[in-house]
Ligand binder design. Structure first.
Ligand code: BGC
Length: 763
């Protein structure tokens, strides 16, 4: 059982001599630690400044330069690149995926460049390197920080043997719109869950010590508000007021910095008229002052010069000036710094002092990484696809898959049944890896069909459609014939990997191609249908939801998708995931999220009139004047936090230890959970709070804590959470982070929609 609440010990204080001595000892250790830290910081800063004082302006500019290469450079390294490193004109590389090149370039840097400053090699290692885990939105569905941490640790161990010591992850953009392709990479829609995951990812990537050769420095991205792109269209404008930014979009970043994330990437988008790469308020005030961040900021791919088409910079030189003055340390791929810094200093538009600070931030991180002492890659080829990596990848699929529907408990399937396996993603190793998986090899990927072939089950496979967007009916006949001979149909469909991720937004998020049509044809046969979805986003299912008996969302599950899907379908394991995002009925409802405001006219069941029930020629009426759509209402298909397992639970007896919370007295919230089914299983018990009246309006509920419980059939457990005043604070209109007096509701349940409620007050 995992606990994410800070539980204080209620058996309060024993002031024995022993305890007092312990306190004194802890005080001494703590003070010594602080002294040590201060000494280390002084030494580090001294090293940074000694180095800086030896560097020419050209070399300093070089450190600000992140040079990209193609992932698949063929032949030998271009001489121009080697010469640039020799002259100290490059600070870091992106995508050098040939080990010999990594070694050659690093040797030039540390042996031939003027001050022998090592390079950092970087890569998008997002959800695994060789061993691919479920996409981040899938990992978020596990609500399991251990899975997040361990999967990123494994990614770092594998990638670092190729020389990659810096990953552009974790992506921490709160995403509330399934149309946005990058929702696949996101931690979902909730800042509390995203913050826990942020810490876990950073811990995993960076490991116990930054100077361990398997440590990869993390990059919290994209700073900030990228997920709020209008209409879910990638790169688009975001309009976010300051308190929403603080309450919703910034917490995961703060969590990553608190955990020691060394770098942060600016976003492509603008927020409130200012592109992220030129946003001085965000980079200097929020990042450096509010969050005390002392690592370095990297731009996104060409995002500095993209301030020109944004209409913020008039030319390349102006873009460099804005980004430098905003505090952006390292420019990815575009060359506005390289080409213009000298001129800008001469013209007095930027200062050399500012450049020194930007370079110092980078050197500080390089020293922390131990690169000056151990610059060279440590080869450990055998570690990729290690047995324990694959085992964790398989466990991650089980933990992140969400069972959305299971009519008449059709799942788990009986092994004695004849199964027709149909669908375009049942045997597509590349596609099941998902977005950002440059390094995962399809040869190592196990599909559902290849897993089924190793088991003692009776199945027959005909894909029906050759890829997810296929618009030809050629394969229908064979698939239908196969289905006719079966007892049950398992349809494995969804989206190919390329349909989500960067720049791959969709206006209509239903199953692409003719998948819905094929499912409709299959329903005519009258056999039960189990729909297994592999996709980068929630898929709108309203056209087929009643046609299928069970729905299992596996996201893009990665290398070990096949065996995990086998285990879940046949009941070796139950799917354990819970939705980290609201699942809309149709993309027309997007953006839809559970922690919305109430409005002055909240939607209700009683007031909702579907448009089909409005009389023809109806006069304007005030019936149903609430916040909803005439055609799909106001509720999603499945709320945030939703997910079924193979047993059932009953929640009862929600009790608070007090109806008043104070600065010093927390409230203990207790609930009883019973496994009412006939199989052992687990559930994620979720606690939400509503601040009923605020100086600015507050969300209808906000996730504040959760715990995973595992119960045997008939077993009952009392679960308890502790709520402290700290959990009720938020940023108000004056950007003060505080709690306001008044009434609060607390809800506990299986998801954000089904909850028991109690109330308390802060006086
Ligand atoms: C993406 C970043 C990524 C970078 C480097 C950009 O297009 O927005 O998330 O890290 O490319 O590959």
């Amino acid at each position: 059982m995992h606990k994410y609440t800070k539980i204080k010990n209620y058996n309060q204080p024993m002031h024995s001599l022993k305890t007092i001595s312990l306190f004194i000892l802890l005080f001494i250790i703590n003070s010594c630690n602080k002294v040590n830290e201060a000494v280390e910081t002084d030494a580090l800063e001294k090293e940074v400044h000694t180095l800086l004082s030896k560097m020419t302006l050209e070399e300093k500019i070089g450190q600000l330069n992140l040079r990209g290469t193609s992932s698949r450079v063929k032949g030998s390294l271009p001489e121009e690149l080697k010469q640039a490193v020799r002259e100290g004109k490059i600070g870091a590389f992106l995508n050098v995926m040939n080990k010999e090149y990594v070694d050659e370039l690093q040797k030039i840097a540390i042996e031939e460049s003027p001050n022998k400053i090592p390079l950092i090699f970087s890569r998008d290692v997002i959800h695994g390197f060789k061993t691919i885990f479920p996409i981040p939105l899938g990992l978020a569905a596990s609500w399991d920080v251990n899975i997040a941490e361990n999967s990123s640790r494994i990614a770092a161990i594998e990638a670092s043997t190729f020389g990659v010591r810096w990953t552009f992850a974790p992506m921490l953009d709160i995403a509330r719109d399934s149309r946005w392709g990058r929702i696949a990479e996101s931690p979902g829609e909730d800042p509390f869950l995203a913050s826990l995951l942020a810490k876990a990812y950073v811990k995993g990537f960076q490991g116990d010590s930054l100077n361990d050769p398997t440590s990869m420095i993390a990059c919290a991205k994209h700073f900030v508000g990228y997920g709020a792109a209008i209409g879910g269209r990638d790169y688009n404008t975001a309009i976010i007021n300051k308190e929403l930014l603080q309450n919703m979009y910034l917490p995961p970043f703060k969590a990553a910095f608190d955990e020691g994330a060394q770098t942060v990437m600016t976003a492509f988008n603008e927020v409130n008229g200012v592109p992220a790469s030129g946003d001085k308020y965000m980079l200097e005030h929020v990042l450096r002052e509010q969050f005390s961040f002392d690592g370095f900021v990297v731009s996104d791919w060409n995002s500095v010069t993209e301030m020109i088409p944004h209409g913020f910079a008039k030319d390349e030189k102006h873009a460099a000036q804005l980004a430098i003055n905003a505090g952006l340390n390292m420019e990815m791929t575009s060359k506005s710094y390289e080409n213009n810094v000298k001129k800008l200093i001469k013209e007095g538009k930027i200062s050399e002092k500012k450049i020194n600070r930007l370079v110092a931030d980078i050197l500080r991180v390089k020293i922390r990484m131990g690169l000056f002492k151990n610059p060279l890659r440590v080869d450990n080829d055998k570690i990729v696809y290690a047995e324990n990596h694959l085992k964790l990848a398989q466990e991650a699929v089980i933990k992140s898959s969400v069972l959305l529907k299971n009519r008449s408990s059709i799942l788990p399937l009986e092994k004695s049944k004849n199964i027709a396996v149909i669908g375009p993603l049942a045997d597509k190793p590349r596609e099941q890896l998902g977005t950002w998986t440059f390094d995962g090899d399809k040869e190592y990927t196990i599909t559902p069909v290849s897993s089924f072939s190793k088991e003692k089950i009776k199945y027959s496979f005909t894909e029906g459609l050759t890829y997810s967007r296929d618009s030809l009916t050629i394969g229908f006949k064979k698939a239908i014939n196969n289905a006719k001979k079966s007892d049950v149909i398992v349809f494995i469909g969804g989206e190919e990997a390329i349909l989500s991720g960067e720049a791959h937004s969709r206006a209509d998020t239903k199953l692409p191609g003719l998948q819905e049509r094929l499912i409709k044809e299959l329903t005519k046969i009258g056999k039960p249908i189990v729909l297994v979805i592999m996709a980068g986003r929630p898929i709108s299912l309203q056209n087929i939801i009643d046609d299928v008996d069970a729905i299992l969302m596996t996201w893009h599950p990665g290398t070990m998708g096949g065996p995990a899907i086998y285990d879940m379908l046949f009941g070796v394991q139950e799917p354990e995931g819970r939705l980290p995002v609201t699942w809309v009925k149709t993309s027309g409802q997007s953006p839809l999220f559970y922690n919305h405001k109430n409005t002055g006219r909240p939607a209700t069941k009683e007031e909702f009139v579907h448009m089909r029930n409005i009389p023809i020629g109806a006069w304007q009426s005030s019936l149903g004047n609430t916040s909803h759509y005439l055609d799909v209402g106001y509720a999603p298909h499945y709320p945030f936090g939703y997910g079924l397992g193979y047993t059932t639970f009953e929640y009862s007896n929600l009790k608070l230890s007090s109806n008043t919370i104070t600065k010093t007295e927390n409230i203990r919230v207790k609930i009883t959970i019973k496994n009412t089914g006939n199989r052992a299983g687990s559930d994620i018990v979720q606690l939400y709070v509503q601040d009923v009246v605020g100086s600015i309006t507050r969300p209808v509920k906000e996730l504040k804590s959760f715990q995973k419980v595992h119960l045997t059939p008939g077993e009952t457990k009392e679960i308890s959470f502790e709520l402290a005043i700290e959990n009720l604070k938020y940023y108000n209109n004056n950007l003060e982070f505080d709690v306001e007096k008044g009434d609060f509701n607390v809800f506990v349940g299986r998801n954000s929609g089904s909850v028991l409620k109690e109330s308390f007050v802060y006086e």
